[in-house]
Design a binder for this molecule. Structure first.
Ligand code: NI
Length: 192
């Protein structure tokens, strides 16, 4: 069990996990971030379970609300997300595909691979994502607002697409400036 700070609302939460390890988050310029990640074909695999746990621990420690495997140097199609209790989850999505999207939203995004860099990114307001779980079972998850943004940002990571390629008004913010910007608009501001 580890205590984590919810990156969305600042509340403390607990996450149950064993043998987790914090991995190094790959940063801007690392070639793994620009590679298209490979589909996962082996399920019910302790190594896959471990990868998901490491992604969670690394994401919570950062903290961020989502993390994709290429960001810890593993070019495979798996992501984790936890945007807070109001969005359900935490989620593990393997081989995810967006099967439906509607509407648009513009919000400020950051990325754990681009520390202190933020920009305005237009995303679909709502998505339905089809994905496999750790046992290989396909499921669908419907997401709106922040969770929808998070899934889109992370699925982009799996395709080697980075938010800076889609963002307008990219700017550096200090942690204090970031906290000020997020006041009153936290559902539209996320480090993913
Ligand atoms: Ni990111």
């Amino acid at each position: 069990m580890i205590d984590i700070i919810d990156a969305n609302n600042g509340n403390q939460r607990s996450f149950k996990g064993e043998n987790m390890a914090i991995r190094e988050v790959r940063k801007q310029g690392d070639p793994v971030l620009k590679k298209k990640a490979k589909a996962i074909e082996k399920f019910n695999d302790p190594l896959l379970d471990q990868l998901a746990e490491d992604l969670f621990e690394t994401m919570y420690q950062a903290p961020g609300v989502g993390l994709a495997a290429p960001q810890i140097g593993v070019s495979k199609r798996i992501l984790v997300a936890d945007c807070g209790e109001e969005y359900g989850g935490p989620y593990v999505l393997i081989n995810p595909k967006i099967v439906h999207q509607e509407g648009t939203q513009i919000g400020i995004e950051g990325c754990l691979s681009f520390p202190n860099l933020y920009g305005d990114v237009e995303r679909a307001y709502k998505v339905i994502v089809k994905a496999q779980n750790l046992k290989g079972k396909w499921f669908k998850v419907e997401a709106e607002k922040l969770l929808s943004r998070c899934f889109q940002h992370e699925i982009d990571h799996l395709d080697g697409v980075l938010f800076v390629e889609k963002a307008k008004n990219l700017r550096e913010l200090t942690p204090d400036e970031y906290r000020k910007e997020r006041e009153g608009r936290e559902s539209q501001l996320a480090v993913i």
